[in-house]
Design a protein around this ligand. Structure first.
Ligand SMILES: [Zn+2]
Length: 200
C-alpha cells in the first residue's frame, strides 16, 4: 500500500453557487479491492491520528453515522499502519501553496490499486467503472473550518462518502453528498442506497 501526500486537482465541499443539475447522487463507478469487502460489506480501516482539534472530536461521530446509516459499509478506526483511509489536517499556508483553493473545506483523493491518483473532476472521473481502489486520503483545510459543530461533522461524513465511492449529488432529501452541504448534514436513506448500489 502506498501512502503519500499528493497534489492533484480538487474534490471539495467548495461553496459553488452554481453547479450542474444532476438527477441524483452518482457513485464514481470504481470499487474498493475485494480484500476490503466481506460478505458484500465494505470494511474501511480509517485513521484520524493526524486530524487537528478542529475536527478530531467529530471523527468518531462521523464514523458512527456511516456505520448506522444502513449502508453496506463498516468504518473501523485503526492506527496509521493498518489504515487505508487516512485523514490529515493541512495548514492554511500549505493548503493554499498546494493550490487547493481557499474556499475549499476538504477534499478526498482516492488511488487505484497501482497507486495512481484518480482525477477528481467528479463529472468525468478517470477512476470509473471497472477501476479498483486501494487507498484514499482525506485532507482537511485548517484555514476554512466550519463554525458549527454540526457542519464540521457533516464535512467528515461527506468526505468519508467520497472515500466510500460516492460523487457529488444535487439536493435529494438533503443528501450528505451535495457539494456545498446546503440542504442537510445527515446521511440519508438515499445516500445509503447509493452505497448499496456499489456494494449490494
Ligand atoms: Zn465533495
Amino acid at each position: 500500500m502506498r501512502k503519500r501526500i499528493c497534489i492533484i486537482s480538487l474534490c471539495s465541499i467548495i461553496s459553488f453557487t452554481l453547479f450542474s443539475f444532476l438527477a441524483h447522487a452518482e457513485p464514481f463507478g470504481w470499487k474498493w479491492n475485494s480484500s476490503k469487502i466481506s460478505n458484500g460489506k465494505l470494511i474501511l480501516n480509517i485513521n484520524g491520528d493526524y486530524v487537528s482539534s478542529s475536527y478530531n472530536d467529530k471523527v468518531q461521530s462521523a464514523i458512527s453515522a456511516w456505520n448506522g446509516s444502513g449502508a453496506h459499509v463498516t468504518l473501523t478506526g485503526t492506527g496509521f499502519s493498518s489504515s487505508y483511509v487516512d485523514m490529515t489536517s493541512v495548514s492554511s499556508s500549505t493548503w493554499n501553496s498546494n493550490g487547493w483553493g481557499s474556499s475549499v473545506n476538504a477534499w478526498t483523493q482516492p488511488r487505484r490499486i497501482d497507486g495512481t491518483a484518480c482525477a477528481t473532476n467528479y463529472s468525468n472521473n478517470n477512476c470509473g467503472t471497472g477501476d479498483t481502489i486501494n487507498y484514499a486520503a482525506i485532507y482537511l483545510n485548517e484555514g476554512l473550518v466550519p463554525s458549527t459543530s454540526a457542519k464540521r461533522e457533516a464535512v467528515l461524513k461527506h468526505e468519508m462518502g467520497h472515500a466510500i465511492g460516492l460523487g457529488h449529488s444535487s439536493y435529494i432529501n438533503g443528501t450528505i453528498m451535495e457539494a456545498a452541504l446546503q440542504y442537510g448534514y445527515n446521511i440519508t436513506t438515499f445516500d445509503a442506497q447509493q452505497v448499496n448500489s456499489i456494494y449490494p
